[in-house]
Each structure stands twice: as C-alpha cells, then as structure tokens.
Design a protein around this ligand. Structure first.
Ligand code: UD1
Ligand code: CA
Length: 460
C-alpha cells in the first residue's frame, strides 16, 4: 500500500542574489510567484499536509501561497515560522514540532525550484518506498557544474555525502553530479538526524544537505535517483535566471499549443501562461500576452498588442489590435477593438461588438448589441440588439456611490448621450444626440435635450 505523503516547502530566505527588497519566492515566473509554481506541483501529489517554512515577509509569502492554490489545498497548508535564517537544515528543524505527528513520508522542496514536474516527484517517492530508505533524493549532472552541492561517492559509486560548493576541495569542485534539492525523508529517521547538524562549515549554516551523511553514519539506508532533465530541476537565484526560465517555459507552452492546432504567428514575441487553454484553429498574432486563468475557444483571432488576463473567450471571437481585457467573458462570435478596454466581470453575449476607444467595466451587453466608438459603459446592464452611439457615457459615479444603468432590448442611444445613473431606458426607446438623461425613459419613447424630455411616443 502507498504511504501517505506530506510536503515541506522552504520559503523563509530573502534571496540575497536577487538584489531585492522582496522575498525571492514572491518574484514571478510568468504571472505566478515562484512559491505558487512549487505549491501547485506539490498539491498534485495529493498530500495529507503541506508545511511551508516562512521567515522573510512571512505574511506576504503566506498570502501569495494561499492565493495560488484552490481552497482544498489551502486547508492542508500549515505555515511554520523560521525566525532567523540559519540555513536549510535549520529551516526544516524549525518545522520539527509541526511534522513530528505527520504520517508517512515527507517530501522536502525549496521554494525557488518552480519547474519540477509532479511525475518526477512521484518517481522519487516510488524509489524511496521500493528502496525502503530513510532518505532518497534526486541528483543531476551538469558540465561545468553550477554553484550546487556536489554528490561525493566512493570508488564503487556508493553515495557518501553532499558537499556544498563553498566547502569543496579542488577535487570535489570538479564533480559534475550535483544536488538539485529534492528529497524524500522517513519522518522518524529525519528528526534525530536534524539534531546532529552543526554550523561548522564555510557559511556557518545548518545544512539540510548534511542529513543523508548522518543517516548513513547511523546505519540507515540512503538512496539517490538520477534525473536526466537538469533544466526541470533548476533553482532560481538571480533575476537573469528567472528570465531564462520563463523563456523556456513559454516556448514549451507555445510548442504544446501549436502541436494541438493553434497558430502562433511569432512564438518569439508571444507570451502565454502555462495554464492557458486555447481551442483549435485559433490564431494568435505577434506581441500578444495571455495571462492567468484564461480560456480561449476555437476559431478565434487575437490580434497584435492585445493583453488578456483571466479571460473566458468562447468560439469564433475576434480581438482586434491593442485591446486590454481582464476578468471578462466573451460568449461567442463577439468582436472587440481595436483599442478597447474590458474589465471587472464584463460579459458580452453572442455576436456583440465593442469598437474603438470603448471602455466597459462590470457591464453586460446582450446579443448583437453594439458600442462602436469612444464610449464608457460602467455598471451597465444592456439588453439585446441595442446600439450605443459614439461618445456615450454612463455617468455611474455620483461622487460617493457607483450606480447602475439599465438599457433594455432594441434601444438606440444617440451619439454623445450622458446616462446619469441610476437610470433605466425602456425597451425600444431612442435618445437624441447630445441628450443628458437624468430620469428613467419609458418604453418606445423618444427623448432628447438637456435634461432629456419626452419628444414623442414611438408606438401607440
Ligand atoms: C541549496 C542546497 C544545495 C543545492 C541547491 C539547489 C543546502 C545547504 N544547499 O543551496 O546543495 O545544490 O540548493 O538549488 O541546502 N531557506 C530557508 N531558510 C534558510 C535558508 C534557506 O527557508 O535559513 C530556503 C530559501 O528560501 C530557498 C531554499 O531554502 O527557497 C534554498 O535556499 P538557498 O539559499 O537558495 O540554497 P542554495 O544556496 O541554493
Ligand atoms: Ca537556491
């Protein structure tokens, strides 16, 4: 039977090499902080508990961690403070009280290694269980070796110890097999080994990497698992490394999308987050950015310089050049832009059109409704087949509150109409050009003027 799994993520360090006032794990790879990537991978192992050791900017790290996973995963998270950052071994030791009652094995991850795949950790867990080890960890080879801990073996190739680069002899420096920092521990064997750590080394730190050596000395079995893809296990220590990693991740995502039938005209200038889904035969033009929790349907066309964040776009929609769309939904066959801004839960029903220099906030447009030019629609509910003339403004803010505007089906709003909210325009009505509508307009009525007055009934 498979043992229960627990995760421990070390995220207390500042990350001196980032030259930043922000904790390293808060820096973003794509639109997600480093800690968010690690947590999502960890959560996919379906652990019993996820312990997170926090120190520098603990509150912010905790908030970012919670924001990057679903509520079920948040329930499993336990945040453990490490008041002074005295090394990775000290960080794990800080969590000793929290982990001592956990059942099964403990996967220890660093918060700055965001690319690791869940399958790789599953492989590590399997190796740990089949080897009946007290500790099992990944190793990889790099030539020249980076500033990582070196794996020291005896003449028969048996693992002896990990030596940090700063503590290496010249011979050890040349070792190409290194420690990427992914471990599984048997919890009852880990706790006494942590007690044996001392800071007698070049950095005066308690190294987690000394734990396997102490376990071997106590006669416990320690295993290593070699991993071929070194890039997947890369750690982030500098901003240049984040940029290089994001480029690789981006190209992986774009290659996957192209293989699935999506046209990416210029992969070098296209930025699409790894979690974004896109339907077949959609075309993405150069210089497009699609971020966050976004879905785009089939047969859409997204033109250059548009920036989409957390969007849900149905099939056959067109986004023309230079649009900004955030937290909004296009249902199907909608057209937006060029130069449009949709935000805060805006929703377009089928075949709606939003044109040049139109901003739409927290509003809904019904089927086949159009707002083509120079307009602000905020807190508005707009029915089907409505035409909004150029330069219309929903005056939604009275200085204190945001007020709603309701425009019913088949209304024609004349150019330059000011709709002073709260206000309702009844079905089939028309406002004349330049009207300032301060009172509700009944159905089938023409109003005009400042303030707008009833001019005639359109139906008798
Ligand atoms: C560590 C390993 C090294 C390995 C490398 C791979 C040790 C001693 N060394 O070195 O063998 O090759 O990772 O990337 O473990 N942290 C804390 N509290 C602390 C110190 C660190 O929570 O007191 C956290 C950091 O926030 C970070 C992680 O532990 O997320 C790793 O720390 P870092 O200082 O980056 O370790 P490396 O020097 O990279
Ligand atoms: Ca590191």
């Amino acid at each position: 039977m498979k043992q229960p799994v627990n995760i421990l993520i070390l995220a207390a360090g500042l990350g001196t090499r980032m030259k930043s006032d922000r904790a390293k794990v808060l820096h973003k790879l794509g639109s997600r902080p480093l800690i968010g990537h690690v947590l999502r991978t960890a959560a996919a192992l379906d652990p019993e508990k996820i312990f997170v050791v926090v120190g520098h900017q603990a509150d912010k790290v905790e908030a970012a961690a919670k924001a990057s996973v679903d509520p079920d995963t948040v329930e499993k998270m336990v945040f453990v403070p490490q008041l002074e950052q005295l090394g990775t071994g000290h960080a794990v030791k800080s969590a000793a009280d929290a982990i001592k009652n956990a059942r099964g094995s403990l996967v220890v991850l660093y918060g700055d290694t965001p690319m690791v795949r869940t399958g790789t950790l599953e492989g590590l867990l399997t190796a740990h269980e089949t080897g009946k080890n007290a500790a099992t960890f990944l190793t990889m080879k790099l030539d020249p070796p980076p500033a990582y801990g070196r794996i020291v073996r005896d003449a028969k190739g048996r693992f002896l110890k990990i030596v940090e680069q700063k503590d290496c002899t010249p011979e050890q420096m040349a070792i190409k097999e290194v420690n990427p920092g992914f471990y599984v521990f048997d919890i009852p064997a880990l706790l006494p080994a942590l007690g044996k750590l001392t800071p007698k080394n070049a950095q005066n730190e308690y190294y987690l990497t000394d734990v396997p050596e102490h376990m071997l000395a106590a006669g416990l079995p320690v295993g290593t698992l070699f991993h071929e893809d070194a890039h997947e296990l890369d750690g982030i220590n500098t901003r240049a490394e984040i940029a290089a990693m994001w480029k690789r991740l981006r190209h992986e995502t774009l290659d996957r999308l192209m293989a699935a039938g999506i046209s990416i005209i210029d992969p070098d200038s296209t930025y699409i987050d790894d979690g974004v889904t896109i339907g077949r035969d959609t075309v993405i033009h150069p210089q497009v950015i699609i971020e966050g929790n976004s879905r785009i349907g089939a047969n859409c066309e997204i033109h250059s310089w548009s920036h989409l964040t957390n969007v849900d776009i149905g099939d056959e929609c067109t986004v023309l050049n230079s649009c900004v769309i955030a937290n909004s939904r296009l249902t199907a066959k909608d057209s937006v832009g060029p130069f449009a801004h949709l935000r805060m839960h805006t929703e377009l029903a089928e075949e709606a059109v939003i044109g040049n220099f139109v901003e739409v906030k927290k509003s809904r447009l019904g089927r086949k409704s159009k707002s083509m030019h120079l307009t602000y629609l905020g807190d508005a509910t707009i029915g089907d087949r409505v035409n909004i003339g150029a330069a219309t403004v929903t005056c939604n803010y009275d200085g204190k509150n945001k007020n709603p505007t309701i425009i019913e089906d088949d209304v024609k709003i004349g150019s330059d109409t000011m709709l002073v909210a709260p206000v309702r325009v009844g079905r089939g009505s028309i406002t004349g050009a330049g009207s300032v509508v301060t009172k509700d307009v009944p159905p089938d009525t023409l109003v005009a003027g400042v303030p707008a007055q009833v001019k005639k009934k359109l139906k008798v």
